[in-house]
Write a protein that binds this ligand. Structure first.
Ligand code: ATP
Ligand code: MG
Length: 592
C-alpha cells in the first residue's frame, strides 16, 4: 500500500510526548476507505502513526478542534480555520513487534499517518489465545476482536465504571461468560475456574444460569438455587454485635465480648480437632449457642436475691434457653429490703430485648437459624463451616452467585462484607493448600460496589476489600469492582485497580475520579466518556497493551434490560388478584 493513502498531516509542535498535528487540507475525506475498510480520521481514542526511520511511533488522539491548536499559534487568524488534533505518544513498532513506551521523539513537520487495520492487529494482537478473552470489537476497526489478558485483568484488579444504563452489568456478564467458556489448548473445558459474584439486585442468575450456582435467601429448589446461610458464629465480633439493633456503650460491648469469648473457648473443646485455647478470640469462627448466650446475659440482668450475700436466688419460675424464655425472679424491692437486685447487672436489658426480637425475626433466619449449622446449647453442631465454604467456592460451576436481593438493607453492608471476609480469611489461611487462593485463585466480582464500599467508612466490607486490593494478589484473590459512582468509592481501592473499563459517564465529578485512576498522559481521553454509546467503553491499563475503545458484545436478555415503556403501557390493566399475590410475596420475602 502507498504511504500517500494513509497520510493525514504534519506535526506542528512537540511538547514532551504530546504532539499537535495539523491535518492536511488536501486529504479528501475524514472518512477514507482503504482496502475496503472505512476509517475515521481524528476520532478521540483512535491512533496515529509517525514513521521514524526503521521504527513506527504510535500515538493516541486525545483532543480535536481549537483546543488542539498549539498555544503559540492559537492567536493567528489563518491557524484558526485549519483542523488540528492532539495526540499522546504511547508506543513504537519495530518490524512486527509493538512495544509500549517511546525512546525517541519526532520533530515538527514529520509526517503523520492514519493507523490501518494491519497495524491495529499488531498493536492489539499478540495475545496468547488461551490466556485471553474476547469481549467485543475494537471500535476503530469493527472486524478486530477486543481481547483482554485474563491474568493481568484478575491479578491487578479491575474497575468497571459508568453512569446508570451505560452497560456495566452487560460488560460484567460478557467478561464472566467469556472466562467461563474458556478452553485449554486441546479444546477441553477448564475445571477450576473460581468466580464469586456478589449480586445485590439478583440480576445475574438468569443471564449466567448455565455457568453458575446461585445462593439466595428463599431459594427455589426447582431452579437449582441453594439457600444462603451465614452462620452468626463465623462473624467477627464487631459484625456479630452490629447485627442486632439497639446501641450499647463500649464498656457494655467489652463485657459481651468477654462472654462470647468464654462461650467460644468452652465450645471449642467439642470440636475435633480442638483448636488451642490461646489461639481463640471472640472473632474466631467457632460455633456457640446464641440462645444460651442470650439466656445467660439476661439472667444476670434480672436476677434478684433474698439475702445480702447475694447467694439465695429469688427464683419464681425457670425459663428455657431453647425457646428464649428467661428465668423469672421476684421483683427487687426499692427500699433496701429483700429481694435485692444483682450488683453484676450491666444495664443491657433493653439491648437484650431487641436481641431476642431479632433472633426470632424470620427475615434474619439466614443468620441465626441455620439448620445443620445451628449449635446445640453446648455449642455442638452437626456440620461445619468447611462444607459451607466448599459449597460457595468449590463447586463444579465456574461462577458462584451470592444473590443478596432479599437481605434486609440495614445489614446488607455488614453481611456482604462478612461473606467476603469469611472467604478471604479461608483463602489466606489456606495459602499452602490446593484449596487456598495461591494454588486456585479466585475472582471477587462486586456489583454496585458504592453501596457498601463508601469512602471514609470503616466497615468490614471496606476493610476486607481494601485488604484484598492491597495484598490479594499474593494470595490469589482478584477484584472486579462495578460502580456508577466512582466519586463515592473508597479512593485506595480505586487506585489499586490496574485496569479500568470506563463506560459512558456524564457526571464530571465522577470523571475526575476516573482520571485519578488512569495514567496522567491518558487523562484527556476521559473527556471522551460522556459521548460513548451504550455498551461502548474505554479499556485502559494492565489488561490491554494500549487504551482500547471497545464496543462490548451484548449478553442475552436479562432482568436489567430496560423496560419498553411505550409498548408496555399499551397492555390491558393487570389482573387485580395479582395485588394480593405480590403482598404475599412481600410478606414471605420471596418472588413469585
Ligand atoms: N453492548 C451492548 N449492546 C447493546 N445493548 C446493550 C449493551 N450493553 C448494555 N446494553 C443495554 O443497555 C441497557 C442497560 O445496560 P446495563 O443494565 O448493563 O447497564 P448498567 O450500567 O449496569 O446500569 P445500572 O447502573 O442501572 O445497573 C440494557 O437494556 C442493556 O440490554
Ligand atoms: Mg447494572
Amino acid at each position: 500500500m502507498k504511504n500517500s493513502e494513509t497520510y493525514i498531516g504534519k506535526i506542528g509542535s512537540v511538547t514532551g510526548s504530546t504532539l499537535s498535528i495539523k491535518l492536511d487540507e488536501k486529504i479528501r475525506s475524514t472518512l477514507p476507505i482503504i482496502n475496503g475498510v472505512l476509517y475515521r480520521v481524528g476520532q478521540i481514542g483512535s491512533f496515529i502513526r509517525v514513521p521514524f526511520g526503521y521504527v513506527d511511533l504510535f500515538g493516541v488522539v486525545t483532543q480535536t478542534g481549537s483546543d488542539a491548536i498549539p498555544e503559540k499559534l492559537a492567536e493567528q487568524e489563518n491557524v484558526k480555520g485549519s483542523r488540528w488534533i492532539k495526540a499522546v505518544l504511547i508506543g513504537e513498532k519495530i518490524g512486527k513487534k509493538f512495544e509500549r513506551g517511546v525512546v525517541q521523539f519526532p520533530i515538527a513537520d514529520d509526517h503523520v499517518h492514519l493507523v490501518i487495520k494491519d497495524d491495529l492487529e499488531i498493536i492489539y494482537g499478540g495475545f496468547i489465545e488461551d490466556k485471553s478473552i474476547i469481549v467485543g470489537q475494537v471500535s476503530a476497526s469493527e472486524s478486530l476482536s477486543a481481547r483482554l489478558d485474563i491474568d493481568r485483568l484478575i491479578n491487578r484488579h479491575c474497575a468497571i465504571l459508568g453512569s446508570t444504563g451505560s452497560g456495566k452489568s452487560n460488560t460484567v456478564s460478557i467478561i464472566l461468560e467469556a472466562i467461563a467458556e474458556r478452553k485449554d489448548k486441546a479444546g477441553n473445558s477448564i475445571k477450576s475456574t473460581r468466580i464469586l459474584l456478589v449480586d445485590p439486585h439478583g440480576e445475574y442468575g438468569e443471564i449466567l444460569k448455565e455457568y453458575s450456582k446461585i445462593f439466595k435467601i428463599g431459594a427455589d429448589s426447582t431452579k437449582a438455587e441453594s439457600e444462603l446461610i451465614i452462620p452468626y458464629w463465623a462473624l467477627p465480633f464487631q459484625e456479630f454485635i452490629k447485627s442486632f439493633p439497639g446501641t450499647i456503650s463500649e464498656k457494655q460491648e467489652e463485657y459481651i465480648r468477654e462472654k462470647v469469648l468464654h462461650k467460644k473457648i468452652e465450645a471449642a473443646k467439642k470440636l475435633t480437632p480442638a483448636p488451642t485455647e490461646e489461639a481463640i478470640t471472640a472473632d474466631s469462627p467457632i460455633p456457640f449457642s446464641i440462645k444460651q448466650l442470650w439466656f445467660d446475659l439476661i439472667d444476670i440482668e434480672q436476677k434478684t436475691f433474698n439475702d445480702t450475700d447475694l447467694t439465695d436466688e429469688a427464683l419464681d419460675e425457670s425459663g428455657a434457653p431453647e425457646t428464649l424464655k428467661a428465668n423469672k425472679y421476684t421483683q427487687a424491692s426499692t427500699n433496701n429490703t429483700p429481694p435485692y437486685s444483682n450488683r453484676s447487672a450491666q444495664g443491657i436489658l433493653g439491648f437484650l430485648t431487641l436481641m431476642r426480637n431479632r433472633l426470632l425475626d424470620q427475615r434474619f433466619k439466614f443468620l441465626y437459624q441455620l439448620e445443620r449449622l445451628t449449635p446445640n446449647l453446648d455449642g455442638e453442631i452437626k456440620g461445619d463451616l468447611d462444607s459451607l465454604i466448599k459449597n460457595w467456592i468449590g463447586t463444579e460451576k465456574p461462577i458462584t452467585i451470592l444473590d443478596l436481593s432479599s437481605i434486609p438493607s440495614e445489614v446488607m453492608g455488614s453481611i456482604s462484607g462478612t461473606l467476603l471476609s469469611i472467604i478471604y480469611e479461608f483463602l489466606y489461611w489456606g495459602q499452602n493448600e490446593d484449596v487456598g487462593g495461591r494454588q486456585t485463585p479466585i475472582l471477587f466480582v462486586l456489583e454496585e460496589a458504592h453501596n457498601y464500599l463508601k469512602s471514609g467508612e470503616n466497615s468490614i466490607a471496606s476493610r476486607t476489600v481494601q485488604k484484598i486490593s492491597k495484598e490479594g494478589r499474593k494470595y490469589g484473590s482478584g477484584l472486579l469492582l462495578v460502580t456508577q459512582r466512582p466519586s463515592e468509592l473508597d479512593d485506595t481501592v480505586l487506585s489499586q485497580c490496574g485496569s479500568v473499563i470506563a463506560l459512558r459517564m456524564t457526571n464530571s465529578n465522577d470523571r475526575g475520579h476516573i482520571k485519578s485512576a488512569v495514567e496522567d498522559s491518558l487523562n484527556e481521553l476521559v473527556e471522551l466518556l460522556p459521548s460513548l454509546r451504550t455498551g461502548e467503553g474505554l479499556i485502559m491499563g494492565e489488561c490491554v497493551k494500549l487504551p482500547m475503545r471497545t464496543k462490548f458484545s451484548k449478553a442475552r436478555e436479562s432482568k436489567s434490560t430496560d423496560p419498553l415503556v411505550s409498548e408496555q403501557w399499551k397492555n390491558n390493566l393487570p389482573d387485580s388478584s395479582n395485588y394480593k399475590k405480590v403482598l404475599e410475596c412481600w410478606r414471605n420475602n420471596k418472588f413469585s
